[in-house]
Design a protein around this ligand. Structure first.
Ligand SMILES: [Fe+2]
Length: 303
């Protein structure tokens, strides 16, 4: 399964499902395998069973994206009929996930919790679930990277990803996911890697608009976050440690690209990505108004 769910892959799988008169589809894998499974059942009266092997959380959402690679465009749709009828969480199937994929898909799960905490339409049921997801992800992710065979940590992280998927499935995505979707469609860089690079920048941008949510996120990240890196040569105390600092410190400790340039994104793409993202409805659902200039600045900072 290629990243970002190419439309032709879905079309081929749908044709096979029609030819064989398939009524139940089992998707096993990461976010792209889930997305392809959803593409096969959408509008076809089929049911989906999901067995996630990463922390993307797609098995808990009715959302799926497909990518037209010729146009470099990822379109994300919501269809309640694609929500899996059954999701099976088995930490045994995640023990061989590499440290890199553990880190990047784990931060994607963290981003689901973060965006759900300050979503414009936030349902009071969601933040407590999202904050519990954050606690589990932050304490278990470093353990899973040090020892991928630590089943207790793998189960804790998978449970965090489940809570994260529930949270984002019940909230409107905002700037972070909108921008990551445009970047993914244009560059083909994996969704988890883009999440890892962009999340601290987006949180810094949104911080003044949603101070209560950011305070709750910082508390949930709490003691399990690595020590804050010095800022501008100055040591900062934990008391001053904001939610975005905490995420930046966690990301800096992980085996993933830290900048868009390290992930192979060409500088020349930034202008057109900013223009497309600024008009994107998901980006415009952000709790703080987003201009094309601010998207450009965010991309520059992350490049
Ligand atoms: Fe995501």
């Amino acid at each position: 399964m290629e990243p970002h769910v190419p439309v032709e892959t879905v079309a081929a799988a749908r044709a096979l499902a029609e030819q064989k008169k398939i009524d139940v589809v089992v998707a096993m894998g990461g976010g792209s395998a889930m997305g392809a499974g959803k593409g096969v059942v959408s509008g076809a009266g089929r049911s989906l069973i999901a067995i996630p092997t990463t922390y993307a959380g797609s098995e808990m959402t009715p959302v799926f994206g497909t990518t037209d690679r010729a146009e470099g465009r990822k379109s994300v749709r919501r269809d309640d009929a694609v929500l899996p009828r059954l999701a099976i969480y088995d930490p045994e199937v995640t023990v061989d996930l590499s440290p890199e994929l553990t880190a990047s898909t784990g931060i994607n799960a963290l981003a689901h919790c973060v965006e759900a905490c300050y979503a414009r339409d936030v349902n009071p049921l969601v933040p407590p679930v999202a904050l519990e997801g954050i606690r589990r992800i932050v304490r278990s992710l470093p353990l899973c990277i040090t020892d991928g065979r630590n089943l207790d940590a793998r189960e804790d992280l998978l449970t965090g990803a489940y809570l994260a998927g529930f949270s984002i499935g019940n909230a409107t995505m905002a700037l972070h996911h909108g921008l990551c979707h445009v970047l993914g469609g244009r560059t083909g860089v994996a969704h988890g890697v883009l999440n890892t690079i962009m999340l601290p920048h987006i949180m810094r941008f949104n911080a003044d608009a949603v101070p209560d949510a950011m305070g709750a996120i910082a508390d949930a990240m709490g003691a399990d976050t690595p020590d804050p890196p010095p800022q501008g040569g100055r040591e900062i105390s934990r008391m001053e440690f904001s939610a975005s600092d905490a995420v930046a410190a966690l990301v800096a400790s992980l085996p993933v690209p830290q900048r868009l340039r390290d992930a192979g994104v060409a500088e020349g793409l930034l202008e057109s990505v900013a223009a497309e993202a600024a008009g994107h409805s998901t980006v415009q659902a952000n709790p703080k108004p987003v201009s094309e200039a601010s998207v450009r600045e965010l991309l520059r900072a992350a490049w």
